[in-house]
Design a protein around this ligand. Structure first.
Ligand code: FAD
Length: 170
């Protein structure tokens, strides 16, 4: 029997798991993610205004996983070795015959100053921090758009040239 490990619990991982179960009814499928939860990212935009709460966006996957006969391994993947046949997590290792990595995108925060940026796209924790800061500043949140960051990176590379891009309050 094949043992397939799937990393992640988002749209990609769940789609993979459903398709795998259809095509390989007898396979052992192990889903690895920090929590057996799906977070509905598109609704993150409603958190800062309070139209939605974090709980509204989180779906418990335990029932779905048990219906699909998927074993859940709670943990965060830290490495993959042996050409993918061994997945190392902070909660143990998983040997497998096949591996699907669906752990989503990550932000490369390399532009000067961007390490301080909070973006909604990073998930619930980051979005809740934005909400907290908005509450502390009477609802006024300052954002600097991508063109400002590009101008700042350009100035840094050019040794201090000042561009004419301003920050924008919203
Ligand atoms: C505000 C917002 C609005 C959006 N609106 C739309 C829309 O209208 N239409 C649309 O098509 N898309 C939309 N998107 C994009 C969509 O949400 C993403 O494309 C989608 O969530 C990507 O799915 P994914 O499964 O690839 O990754 P993710 O949803 O990022 O899931 C990654 C999973 O991997 C897990 N994971 C990460 N690292 C590890 C690790 N080391 N070990 C184990 N598990 C790990 C995470 O916990 C998570 O479960 C929106 C996104 C945002 C933020």
């Amino acid at each position: 029997m094949s043992r397939i490990a799937v990393v992640g619990a988002g749209f990609a991982a769940l789609t993979a798991v459903r398709e795998l179960r259809k095509q390989m009814p007898g396979a052992e499928i192990i889903l690895v993610a920090p929590k057996a939860e799906f977070v509905y990212y598109p609704s993150l935009i409603w958190l800062p205004s309070g139209i939605r709460k974090a709980d509204d966006l989180v779906i418990d996957l335990r029932l779905l996983l048990s219906r699909l006969k998927v074993t859940f391994h709670a943990g965060r993947v830290t490495n993959v070795t042996e050409g993918g046949r061994r997945v190392i997590t902070d909660q143990g290792e998983i040997e497998n015959d096949g591996l699907i990595i669906a752990s989503g995108g990550r932000f490369i925060k390399k532009l000067p100053g961007i390490e301080h940026a909070l973006t909604i796209c990073e998930g619930i924790a980051s979005t809740e921090q934005i909400s907290g800061q908005a509450a502390q500043s009477d609802g006024k949140v300052w954002h600097r758009d991508a063109s400002w960051l590009q101008a700042k990176a350009f100035r840094t590379r050019q040794g201090g040239h000042r561009g004419g891009v301003n920050s924008t309050p919203t």
